[in-house]
Ligand binder design. Structure first.
Ligand code: UDP
Length: 478
């Protein structure tokens, strides 16, 4: 191992500029730091604020701590307004393209940082395919982080170059995939070449190509959850991959759990006190992640569906009262729901909520972080995918793991979401909370939660894979 043992490994983490990518990257950096690695997270000034909040104590002046390096985001150069540095601040999806263009312009300052600091390895997001070239210039390995499941990674890889789809709504079996998983062209979105209206497929293609040339892939998942797909990804698709999750488990105290992402719009103690008054498994948690902004008619349908279900709930609505109209709120809804429903406008301390014993189900958009956080907490789901690879994660939850009930989302609706009727919401919530199958799902979900926790403990599958990864990086002679 030569001198490597005496010099700490230094790793650059470069997450995509979206909370769903930054949050797990911070968690991963924390995990590395616990093993004596120096971690530097590269980001833009506005995102640095969220990161320094979240790393709290882990940020030290020690050599081996989490450091943050900022590079300016060239908003003006790509026609975006000042402050547009995170996907959650893009006013419309039409601006995703210039946003991606902006991220490409980060290559030069990023390489300057590589030159100045000479890290031993880069863990960079799939959305930054050019980082494989940057790493190659400096003779260091680049690991890819997608932030999704093995299952979805396999679906995406299997859809590569597959173009034999004639209709939008007829389902087809994902080719060369273990088991019979059916999706439609509408659900496959930009992962199908023929669907490439927005130009996102080009990025997906570049990401795939750069992944093949990279050193390997780190996956926020655990082996026991998706063995078949972890094996398929490695053995059939030939990827060198390490499973290191659930990464959220590296947040051990409530302060760390409360400080992820944006500042919570509710005092976490107040929120937990409210939950303390409820019976175990009696409350439905509803949240669509960090990006989706549902339109008024959809918000109204959720309100009506939740009320009709008769269940207590915590509902995170990303639209603030000052954002304009409250027309979506059914007449007298908030008054009737007093004590029964807690609406959080803005950002919720999600990990703390999901872990509370009062939470009985989670209505989720199937973003991978949220999905895995629910699995880790042992909470069954109502699945409501709306964009990205969320339709694939839904298949894993509903058909493979059998710990979720689909609300019936049939097509991608960007980040707006408007297609589900209120009675479908009512029905799915009742199914996941009350019916006989709810008990079975809860038992299964709790079993996965135990496996998730075990995976991260000493000797567990993720613990071991993570150690192997560190060993391998250390033995590379840097
Ligand atoms: N999150 C949170 N509070 C919120 C909304 C989201 O803490 O009010 C966190 C959530 O716990 C998860 C991440 O933000 O870690 C969202 O990531 P995900 O992959 O689920 O969805 P995305 O935001 O990327 O669509």
């Amino acid at each position: 191992m030569g001198s490597s043992e005496y010099h700490p490994l230094h790793i650059f983490f470069f997450p995509f500029l979206a909370h769903g990518h930054i949050i797990p990257a911070i968690d991963m950096a924390k995990l590395f730091v616990e093993k004596g690695v120096k971690a530097t997270i590269i980001t833009t000034p506005l995102n640095a604020h969220f990161i320094s909040n979240a790393i709290g104590k882990a940020k030290t002046n020690d050599e081996n701590g989490i450091h943050i390096q900022t590079i300016a985001f060239p908003s003006a150069q790509v026609g975006l307004s000042h402050g547009c540095e995170n996907v959650d601040s893009i006013p419309s999806l039409d601006l995703f393209k210039p946003f991606i263009l902006g991220t490409r312009l980060l290559q030069e300052p990023f390489e300057q940082l590589l030159l100045d600091q000479r890290p031993h390895c880069i863990v960079a997001d799939m959305f930054f395919p050019w980082t494989t070239d940057s790493a190659a210039k400096f003779g260091i390995p680049r690991l890819v982080f997608h932030g999704t499941s093995f299952f979805s990674l396999c679906v995406m890889t299997c859809l590569e170059l597959y173009d034999d789809v004639s209709s939008d709504s007829d389902s087809f079996v994902v080719p060369n995939f273990p088991g019979e998983i059916k999706i439609t062209r509408m659900q496959a979105g930009s992962f199908l070449k023929s669907n490439d209206i927005t130009g996102v497929y080009k990025l997906v293609e570049e990401a795939r190509e750069s992944e093949l040339r990279s050193y390997g892939v780190v996956v926020n998942s655990f082996y026991e959850l998706e063995k078949v797909y972890a094996d398929h990804y490695r053995k059939v698709h030939g990827r060198k991959a390490w499973h290191v999750g659930p990464l959220s488990l590296c947040n051990r105290n409530s302060q760390e759990k409360a400080n992820r992402g944006k500042e919570a719009s509710i005092d976490e103690h107040e929120c937990l006190k409210w939950l303390d008054t409820k019976k175990p498994d009696s409350v439905v948690y509803v949240c669509f992640g960090s990006i989706a902004k549902l339109c008024d008619s959809q918000l109204r349908a959720i309100a009506m569906g939740l009320e009709a279900s008769g269940q207590d709930f915590i509902w995170v609505v990303r639209k603030n009262k000052q954002d304009g109209g409250e027309e979506w709120v059914p007449d007298g809804f908030e008054k009737r729901m007093e004590g029964k429903g807690l609406i959080i406008r803005g950002w919720a301390p999600q990990l703390l909520i999901l872990e509370h014993e009062a939470i009985g189900a989670y209505v989720t958009h199937c973003g991978w972080n949220s999905t895995l956080e629910a699995v880790t907490a042992g909470v069954p789901m109502v699945t409501w995918p709306i964009a990205a690879e969320q339709f694939f994660n839904e298949k894993l939850v509903v058909e493979v793991l059998q710990i979720g009930v689909p609300v019936g989302s049939k097509k991608r609706v960007g980040f707006q979401g408007d297609s589900i009727a209120w009675d479908a919401v009512e029905k799915a919530v009742k199914r996941v909370m009350k019916r006989e199958e709810a008990t079975q799902m809860r038992i299964k979900a709790k079993a996965f939660s135990q496996l998730a926790n075990r995976a991260m403990q000493e000797g567990g599958s993720s613990y071991t894979d993570f150690n192997d990864l560190i060993q391998e990086l250390r033995s590379m002679g840097h």
